[in-house]
Design a protein around this ligand. Structure first.
Ligand SMILES: [Zn+2]
Length: 66
């Protein structure tokens, strides 16, 4: 995965994880609710700038929510 940089100060973002949720927070696309077991899901994790604290969330498997 390519290095992600802070939008504000160009520092390298540090991949972190949330204390709740194993390996990231599980998020689901509403469209998947129609099917048995919502397969349109991915885990998301925060990337944090160690300089200014700016935080962005990235999906681990973005193609799965389509
Ligand atoms: Zn920053």
């Amino acid at each position: 995965m390519s290095i992600k940089r802070c939008d504000k100060c160009e520092e390298e973002l540090i991949k972190c994880y949330v204390d709740q949720g194993f390996k990231g927070i599980l998020v689901k696309n509403h469209e998947g609710d129609k099917m048995f077991g919502n397969k349109k899901n991915t885990r998301v994790n925060p990337y944090i700038c160690g300089n200014c604290g700016y935080t962005v969330w990235y999906a681990d498997e973005p193609t799965k929510i389509r």
